[in-house]
Ligand binder design. Sequence first.
Ligand code: ZN
Length: 621
Amino acid sequence: MEQALIFIKNAKRYFKKFVEIKLNCLKKREGERDVLERVVEQVLSKVDIVDVVSMYVPLKKVGVNFRALCPFHQERTPSFYVSPSKQIFHCFGCGVGGNVIHFVMRIENLTFTEALKVLAEKAKIDVEFSQSQSAKDRALAKQKEELISLHHDCFEYFQRQLYLRENIDAARYILKRGIRKETAKQFGLGFCPENNNLYELLAKKYSKEIIDKSGIFIERNGKNYCRFEGRLIFPIFDTMNRVIGFGGRIIDDSRAPKYMNSPDTLIFSKSKVLYGLNIAKLSKEKDFVVVEGYMDVISLHQEGIDNVVGVLGTALTQDHSFLLRRYKNEVVLCLDSDQAGKNATFRSGDILYQNGLMVKVMELENAKDPDEYIKKFGKDAFLLKKQNAMFVIDFKIKQISSNYDLSKSDQKIRFVREYFEKILMPISNEVERQEYIKKLSQITQIDEDAILKEFTKNENIKLKRIESIQHFKQVQQKSNLTEEERIKKNDIDLLSIYVEWANKSESIRNAVTEDDFCTEDIKILFSSIKNLINEGMELTYSMLLTFVDDEKVLSELTSFSSKGFETEEAAKRAIEELKTNNNRMLWLRREMLEAQKRGDNEKVLKLQMLIRKIKDGKEGI
Ligand SMILES: [Zn+2]
């Protein structure tokens, strides 16, 4: 108990210092003092990054760290790491990294303060944020909040309209489509009458700017019309159950287009939203069923199939696969049965599969879409179809082979070529690939070894091309760093070793001094941290990262630290290298020239000595 008290006292004292450092280093983040004082430290000490990340991606323990498929770029082999001891993440594929706050910022597309708010809520930390956001953050967050509130008001308005006597046609339409009252309520369906006064109602509460930004209205001849007039309304919810957009369907088939969606806004993006996911994410099923339309989602849910989500009149995107992957590893595609639907299945299947999901494909005969199918044949028939769903690669093979007459040898050759490119190439798992080479041999009656030989030849050419592109990119990235950035990176690397080791090793504590840093803000950061450490405080790595705004620097800092140094000796050697490498020498020489120009002889002398010392040291080795 007593120890706990001492700890709290220390933590408080330490945190005051922490805020000072932060304010010293990042003067540009005006007004964040309150946030930091109250929240950052508590969030970072109460929230475990492993818990948070695993809400979005399944983590697998590998040694002392956790590994997963990166949620920020497309990959089939995991290169995304989370370190529970340092409370940081880093992806060796795309380079992103940071602490838990950075993670939430990125994955939920939030500002610093918004992410902090989400995490504080999770950790049940009660705070008042309103005064503490930076001006830009605050303005954006306020607009988003207002848009959410405006959408909620519209949602309630539309819902009320649906049950009014004068709008009985809309209610009749719902009945005609076989939607029961409870289902309509569950999905919050509504109606937008013609010549309504919605704009005027909203104008009493919201500014013109916000109403315009909602994308709900269209201006015509100086008057504002709701774009959904005369349409049945499908509110679109995000995973936190907030209405962020609408879809509207005409009820008398007299005009086009049949469906209309909200345009992309500050809070809504078609390529990042799946209709019904707010409900389907709670399903106990191990997979999601992905369909095309609002009515498909609603009909299937009504029949008790509660894991269905819909894409909103757009192709399935990588962001969609990330969204699905947050909750489940398996997806069954059940798109429309026309040619457009088949093509979409092909593409969507590829995207989902490339992003590490297990993908199956359902084909529905004698119905144009799942809505019609379940009405005609019932739930059991649908579930049986789902049970017999084909693995996506088998579906692709079926589609491709249907275009060729394999009894003719020229067509057979072309088929093999397409099979190489569309089936075998994208498979990165060796076992799976063997399986599909065997299959090709069965289909074409060509010897397995011959296929393998030809394919390997083909692939090597392609692989070399990819490798050289990647190599080029890496080289380019490295040389893209300006001299200033290289020097800054040097400083950061040095600082990060210091932070990691200073509490554990006295000699490392003494080996690094203020003079070893080149960049002014990192120098200040270092001396404040050094003071803290000398006072016996423990500065965690993830807290250090909160100081860093720059994404490139964050990436460096997390990637460097995930490698880490196992022994004190290795850390010392790295420090020596950083203090004396070319970047550092270059900087010292430049500083000396500038001092000479200024006539600052004292500084020139000091720098000359330092340079000589480094040179001698190097020759000594
Ligand atoms: Zn990545």
